[in-house]
Design a protein around this ligand. Structure first.
Ligand code: SAH
Length: 391
């Protein structure tokens, strides 16, 4: 095991429970000369403070997994998984069989995501440290959760930064079918775990979809950035007069059409639109009573923030203009680097420029299976506002 000593004054965040240690905080390293491994963390006075998974190739040199002197092994992962499983089993509705089982730092397992889709688990091992314990984690999952198969979609930017190749495929049990049929709050959806976005479905929006259901009666809804069409399904279910489902991706629209049909809603002519939401909102001459704006992250890097705030403002401004008096806007940002405070300011600027008077009905976030560690506010990526325009 490595022993990593922090520079004087750099131990405070770790002591307060933040899991990331950047290479610049490190004074010296003793012990094993390994690139990836378990490391003990000491302050500059040589007091033991935490234990984590270290990777010399990563900017985030160590991700702390415990502040206790416990072994990092299969039993450790079993304990963490049980701690994550019990609140989900307790609080998620009985009519939901798809949820996030492990949410990285939010479950004190940085670098690991596990999503459950009915009888299948899909994992994402983002860091070299978690990759090292893959077999232990898969075995622990197999012991704890009764599923037919476990597979992985370990790919993306963080893996590249960790010096890892993508890893996609089966890990245990049966390979998942091409599409898995899941149930969310009693509604049915097809999930493409092999090619779909993220691990196949945007589980983080579950509660916001349920909220939309309560607002939808007799409304003309526009669902922008619809992906699987999940917000549209809830809209129809809630008694909407019409729902336009808009996405730039044809496969996404095909999936949305299938999901609408699966729940008994046939799409009328012009209700499934392939197009750019920015252009549509600016140029359409239709007005709506309720608009959903759920774009992909427009600020994937911190340096994108300025450009992204402009794009969020544009979207929100034109969406607010398209609403009739009393209309509702559910607007989201899933950009980790854009704080809730800044997002609200951007939306405020959009309201002023659109010449609308707007109230916040509710602040929105991720559902209960996406916990955020209080010690790691960076994990709070999804922020949303439910707004109502006056006149
Ligand atoms: N609201 C969805 C998730 C949205 S993910 C849900 O509840 O599941 C973002 C979606 O935006 C993707 O499907 C992507 O294809 C789409 N997209 C990206 N850029 C777009 C653009 N400029 N116009 C319209 N759709 C876009």
């Amino acid at each position: 095991m490595q022993r990593i000593f922090l520079k004087k004054g750099r131990e405070a965040p770790v002591l307060r429970g933040h899991p990331w240690i950047f290479s610049g905080a490190i004074e010296k390293v003793e012990g094993d000369d390994e690139d990836v491994g378990v490391a003990d963390i000491f302050d500059s006075q040589k007091n033991w403070i935490a234990r984590g998974l270290s990777n010399v190739k990563s900017q985030i040199r160590v991700r702390v997994v415990t502040w206790k002197k416990e072994s990092i092994d299969r039993a450790f992962f079993s304990r963490r998984l049980s701690q994550a499983l019990s609140p989900r089993e307790r609080y998620l509705s009985a009519t939901t069989n798809a949820y996030r089982l492990i949410n990285g730092e939010g479950d004190f397992l940085p670098g690991l995501i596990v999503d459950r889709y009915d009888d299948f688990l899909v994992c994402q091992f983002f860091t070299a440290g978690m990759e090292m314990f893959k077999a232990d984690i898969v075995n622990a999952l197999n012991d704890l959760v009764d599923v037919k198969g476990i597979s992985e979609r370990s790919e993306g930017k963080v893996r590249v930064e960790e010096g890892l190749e993508p890893a996609i495929g089966g890990l245990a049990g049966e390979t998942p079918p091409e599409t898995i049929s899941i149930v969310e709050n009693g509604r049915k959806f097809l999930v493409d775990v092999k090619r779909g976005q993220k691990t196949g479905f945007f589980l983080d929006q579950r509660d916001n979809r349920a909220f939309l259901l309560t607002l939808a009666r007799d409304r003309r809804i526009l669902n922008c950035f619809s992906y699987s069409g999940a917000f549209s399904v809830y809209g129809f279910e809630g008694g909407a007069k019409s729902v336009i489902t808009l996405d730039s991706s044809r496969p996404a629209l095909e999936l949305a059409e299938q999901n609408l049909a699966l729940n008994g809603f046939d799409s009328a002519e012009g209700e499934l639109l392939k197009g750019d939401a920015f252009t549509y909102l600016k140029e359409s001459d239709l007005n709506f009573d309720l608009i959903v704006l759920d774009p992909p992250s427009l600020a994937p890097r911190r340096s994108d923030i300025n450009a992204a705030t402009g794009a969020y403002k544009f979207l929100n401004l034109h969406a607010l203009k398209r609403l009739d008096p009393g209309g509702i806007l559910l607007t989201f940002s899933c950009s980790q680097h854009l704080t809730a405070d800044l997002f609200q300011k951007v939306v405020f600027g959009a309201a002023v420029d659109a010449g609308r008077k707007v109230t916040i009905l509710r602040k929105l976030g991720h559902s209960i299976d996406h916990p955020v560690s209080l010690h790691h506010p960076e994990g709070d990526y999804l922020k949303g506002l439910a707004l109502r325009v006056l006149d």
